[in-house]
Design a protein around this ligand. Structure first.
Ligand code: SF4
Length: 374
């Protein structure tokens, strides 16, 4: 932008009132013509339902909009209001979430719904500070709900907005250090946008999604190409500069298909303090980091089998599944075990008729094992 100044002392990009207004005006005019139709968006000129904004924003963390849409529709069909969601059985909520990943989000979602239904008469608070005090709602989500559902001039910076800002101002600081700088820049637009802060946020999200894409940005279609420093310098695709990739530790474990003589299979609802806590699973050993796959991991030669099976009768199927989590890669070797009795299961374990097992109720890692064993 032509009259933006970087002060040497503060290292903050300053944007004049005039430039801020012109940029916002161009973005909003573009949005009025090109806004995406997404199930949680209100019709033009209306504010979105805070329940829909909250649900979609939680689902969209680490997940793409196309992947979220069927989950969002299933949730609002099953639980049309936040009070319905609060009254739902948590296991049903976890099953409906299965496959979306990052399962702490689903546990917090249910906790948050209960709190709003029980303590706030089913109405979301409107200020960013109050929203942020709720389970699972952080800095970004509180700003997005306040801006989009309640028209508050809060600074909303998701991955799309980060990219647009980094390119407009040719911000060369690598991520994640650049986040602070980008937010300071973005605030100079958002804090001044009193009339349509939610639409302004969504205009930038849509620009990042459709035009200012990570690869091959379509700058010729961009409403703010004239002010874009990266376009001018020809380095848009490089920005924002990514943090160097870390090597992922490799973990290993055992997973069991345990069947009894009544044609039932043993399932486990994982403990809240475990990874994938609260989700339906096949029984597993601990997941052990393999030696030498990370700087700090000590590693171990082999995982130990779970204690409640007869280790002399367990059958190694010679099959395994692999799954990649954000912080590590996992290999699970699959074992079969014919349980001698249909006895009572340990805490968190339960027998299910083989024919009633539905792969879609499991998180992806277990879905892969169920598909191989069922
Ligand atoms: S001109 Fe290109 S790089 Fe710059 S904001 Fe628009 S689409 Fe992104």
């Amino acid at each position: 932008m032509n009259d933006c100044k970087m002060t040497a002392k503060e290292q903050i990009i300053k944007i004049s009132e005039k430039k801020s207004k012109s940029f916002r005006g161009q973005m909003l005019a573009w949005y009025d013509k090109h806004r995406r139709t997404i199930p949680w968006r209100a019709p033009e000129g209306e504010l979105s339902d805070p329940y829909h904004v909250w649900l979609s924003e939680i689902m969209c963390q680490q997940t793409t909009v196309p992947a979220v849409i069927p989950y969002f529709l299933k949730f609002i069909q099953t639980w049309p209001t936040i009070t319905d969601l609060a009254n739902a059985d948590r296991d049903d909520v976890m099953k409906a979430w299965a496959g979306l990943g990052y399962y702490a989000r689903a546990r917090n979602l249910h906790k948050c719904a209960k709190l709003i239904a029980d303590d706030m008469s089913g109405s979301f608070p409107q200020s960013k500070a109050e929203l942020q005090s709720l389970p699972g709602i952080g800095d970004y989500t509180s700003a997005a709900i306040a801006a989009i559902a309640f028209n508050k001039a809060e600074t909303v910076v998701d991955g799309n907005i980060e990219r647009v800002m980094a390119r407009q101002f040719n911000i060369q600081t690598p991520m994640p250090k650049a986040k602070k700088e980008i937010k300071q820049v973005a605030a100079q637009f958002f804090e001044r946008e009193k009339a349509r802060p939610g639409d302004f946020a969504q205009s930038l999200m849509d620009l990042g999604s459709a035009i200012c894409t990570p690869k091959n940005p379509k700058c010729s279609l961009c409403p703010v190409v004239k002010t874009c420093a990266a376009h001018k310098h020809g380095n848009a695709e490089m920005l924002p500069i990514k943090a160097p990739k870390k090597t992922k530790p490799q973990k290993r474990g055992y997973i069991y298909w345990i069947e009894n003589s009544d044609n039932q299979v043993l399932l486990h609802t994982r403990d809240d303090n475990q990874m994938l806590g609260g989700m339906l699973a096949l029984p597993c050993s601990d997941w052990i980091e393999e030696a030498g796959t990370s700087a700090k991991g000590k590693g171990a030669t082999k995982p130990a089998h779970v204690s409640f099976i007869d280790q002399s009768a367990v059958i190694n199927t010679q099959q395994h599944i692999r799954h990649s989590f954000t912080h590590f890669d996992l290999r699970l070797d699959i074992f079969r075990y014919n349980a001698p009795l249909c006895g009572t299961a340990n805490d968190g374990y339960h027998w299910v008729e083989r024919g009633d097992i539905r792969a879609e109720n499991f998180p992806t890692v277990f879905k892969k094992a169920v598909a191989l064993c069922h």
